[in-house]
Write a protein that binds this ligand. Structure first.
Ligand code: BGC
Length: 704
């Protein structure tokens, strides 16, 4: 570590580094060293590795400002074992005053793996620079319903997209610190998260709710956080089936499992069920765990196995890092700020851009021709980077939509802001200006982590998927007064817009776009950046297109269908399809070809397609690959995402994109035999710019 440390839990100089050998240890040396340390430990020392080091005084601090410093666990000076130093996320480092990136749902809309890896790298650098060595912010829960208050913390509704984005974030982060993937598993209701029992059959669990976790384990993630909720009757931090059978045995996960904080562990027997560390401090472990060992309720081997995992992972990760990049100046570094702006612009999704009176689409607006613009809506001046729960990043500043618009237009353009409180006043203003940017949607009062403070619920699940009736009326009224209206939506998941969407020519989903969100918005509105984001979750027409959702449920069944899969099954057209997003240019798809018509269950095929930029501007396109099943012996989805690629094309340019698809990835989980089965049936691959059937080119192949 460099000389400076933000934390008052000062790192003992060199402690993390002491585990760092002159030359990197091999895996065999790591195991050997682990055994040597383990052999020299007392039972107390072992048990101490298994819970956070926080103390009451620390928690009072935490209540005032959560995670202003790393939360330590398992520091042992006698043996020179460094503690884990936890920082939360995921939209950046929660400690101190770090770069606030767009929320993961926004980043999911970029479908940009390489960008996500760079964000992970920047987050890793900021973590390490502030004394953390463990990032607890890789959230990949699948939002079964968009009303889930923490949907914003995750990358979208599709397991493949979630897995690839999570893996990319982990790759970036783990160049610098350990990453923790959370919340394992089926954590997607906020208000009743501490007790809800999610009932899910094994096939649904394996095919819908777990594949993205498996993908992150395969990527080598250091740690997994158990969720608060129950799955099939057992709390997740006590869930032997999830933690032992699947995670540690079947998936061969070698890292350690931590509890979700404070309420995750119910008693010391969690240790026998696969929970290695109680966070952020001892409640049910510590002396209770020691008693359980002495009484034979928890076996000594269980303790050794947990400590072995913890030590081995620390030893592995103590070897990583790029010390020359860490230091005070790395926190909120201008490169990270520029990256946040790039990510925000690449994640905005243009949902609608119809021609107006002059026959041209509203967007992009040419700043040179713009004499006046009305910016309406209280969110246009809000520091609105998302939830204020455990993911709250305290950015050094926030560029609001109004700030961004003001700095993008020249001094010749008049920019007038009105918060929209009185509809008549907004209408009057709209009538007198060249164009109107209406910023509406949500903030941390409407959605977020469900935290009860003195019995009062903060954040939590959304009460409605619609805008407030005031905002809906405001949009309609303003659209009646000026034909050039752009609605900018702010929020962490989908909206239902049927009361107003046909009345406005342009809609842009901007999500919670981080500290540079206002500048990124201006980049899109004024055409500096061509929009390329695509929806990472379906935007339905109405609530009844979605699965049942009860945010106070004590028990809930998660069945096989949600999101676009459910709409497809029921033959419902959404307002905007999963994978949909417009550009200022146009792309056309042709020449779909498969390398083979027939493959064996162990084989793979490649799928190629030409993409042509048929418009007048350079742009980026997200090419999506879906698979359908023909004649399956079990019920399958109509189509599901199996691949995507992002490409950049100049006007007139064509690029051939190729996907590799292995038969194994088409298997279903057979509950009876507890095995994945690749069926010898027909398959249809479809490639296109969204999941909408009419947008897709298709071809068939068979597995024999
Ligand atoms: C959240 C986790 C978070 C932890 C620590 C919990 O309430 O569910 O996501 O990492 O708190 O703040």
């Amino acid at each position: 570590m460099p000389g400076f440390i933000w934390s008052k839990f000062k790192l003992v100089p060199g402690l993390w580094g002491e585990l760092k050998p002159e030359t990197s240890r091999t895996e065999a040396q790591i195991s050997q060293r682990t055994e040597v340390i383990l052999a020299g430990m007392t039972l107390d020392e072992k048990i101490d590795q298994m819970s956070g080091d926080g103390r009451l005084i620390h928690n009072i601090d935490t209540m005032i400002r959560y995670n202003q410093e790393p939360l330590p666990a398992g520091e042992n000076h006698r043996l020179g074992i460094p503690g884990i130093r936890f920082s939360d996320g995921p939209r950046g480092i929660v400690m101190y005053c770090s770069t606030a990136f767009p929320v993961p749902m926004a980043r999911g809309a970029s479908w940009d793996i390489e960008l996500e890896e760079r964000i992970g790298d920047a987050i890793g650098v900021e973590a390490r620079s502030q004394g953390a060595n463990f990032f607890g912010g890789v959230c990949i829960n699948l939002p079964r319903h968009p009303a889930w208050g923490r949907s914003q913390e995750t990358f979208g509704e599709d397991p493949h997209l979630l897995g690839e984005m999570g893996a990319a974030l982990i790759r970036g982060i783990q160049r610098h610190v350990m990453a923790c993937v959370k919340h394992f598993a089926c954590n997607s209701i906020e208000n009743s998260r501490y007790h809800v029992d999610v009932r899910v059959d094994e096939r649904t669990l394996r095919e819908v709710y777990l594949p993205h976790f498996k993908r992150c384990i395969d990527e080598g993630v250091a740690s997994v956080m158990g969720a608060y909720n129950k799955v099939n009757g057992d709390f997740c931090c006590h869930n032997e089936h999830l933690l032992m059978d699947i995670l540690k045995e079947e998936w061969e996960f070698e890292g350690f499992v931590i509890s979700d904080f404070i309420n995750g562990v119910k008693d010391a027997t969690a240790a026998s069920r696969g929970l290695d560390i109680e966070m952020p401090f001892t409640i049910k472990y510590g002396k209770h765990l020691k008693k359980a060992v002495k009484a034979g309720r928890v076996a000594g081997d269980v303790i050794d196995e947990s400590v072995r995992r913890i030590l081995r992972t620390k030893l592995r990760f103590a070897q990583i890092g790029q010390p020359e990049r860490y230091g005070e100046e790395a926190v909120g570094h201008r490169d990270h700020v520029a990256l946040a702006r790039e990510a925000a612009a690449k994640s905005m999704v243009l949902l609608k851009n119809d021609p107006v009176t002059d026959g041209m689409p509203v967007l992009p607006v040419s700043p040179d021709e713009l004499r006046s613009v009305a910016v309406i809506g209280k969110l246009a001046i809000a520091d609105n980077t998302g939830d204020h729960g455990s993911s709250h990043v305290h950015a050094p500043y926030v560029c609001t939509p109004l700030n961004g618009i003001q700095s993008a237009v020249g001094g010749e353009t008049e920019v007038i802001f009105y918060d929209g409180r009185r509809i008549e006043k907004a209408v009057d203003l709209a009538r007198r200006k060249d164009c109107v940017i209406l910023v509406v949607g949500n903030c941390h009062y409407d959605e977020g982590e469900g935290i009860k403070v003195l019995g009062v619920q903060k954040g939590g699940d959304r009460k409605s998927l619609r805008l407030s009736s005031h905002e809906e009326a405001l949009i309609t009224a303003v659209a009646g007064a000026n034909p050039r209206v752009v609605v900018v939506l702010v929020g962490g998941s989908s909206f239902i817009m049927e009361n107003w969407r046909h009345e406005v020519p342009a809609i842009l989903m901007s999500w919670y776009s981080g500290l540079e969100g206002g500048n990124a918005l201006a980049d899109i509105l004024f055409g500096k950046v061509n929009p390329s984001g695509k929806l990472p979750l379906v935007f339905p027409l109405s609530e009844d297109q979605l699965p049942f959702f009860d945010s106070e449920a004590d028990s809930v069944v998660y069945d096989y269908f949600h999101g676009y899969r459910l709409l497809d099954k029921n033959g419902h057209e959404p307002a905007f399809h999963f994978g949909f997003g417009l550009s200022y240019t146009t792309f056309s798809y042709s020449n779909l070809a498969l390398s083979k018509d027939i493959i064996g269950p162990e084989e793979a095929l490649s799928i190629s397609v030409d993409i042509f930029n048929s418009g007048g501007l350079a742009g980026e396109e997200i090419v999506q690959l879906y698979v359908s099943y023909e004649g399956s012996s079990v019920e399958r989805v109509a189509r599901e995402l199996k691949g995507f690629k992002k490409i950049a094309l100049k006007p007139g340019e064509v690029q051939r994109v190729t996907f590799e698809l292995s038969a194994k990835r088409l298997a279903y989980y057979d509950e009876e035999c507890g095995k994945w089965v690749v069926e010898k049936i027909g398959y249809k691959v479809s490639v296109g710019p969204s999941s909408r059937v009419d947008d897709l080119l298709s071809a068939n192949f068979w597995i024999e």
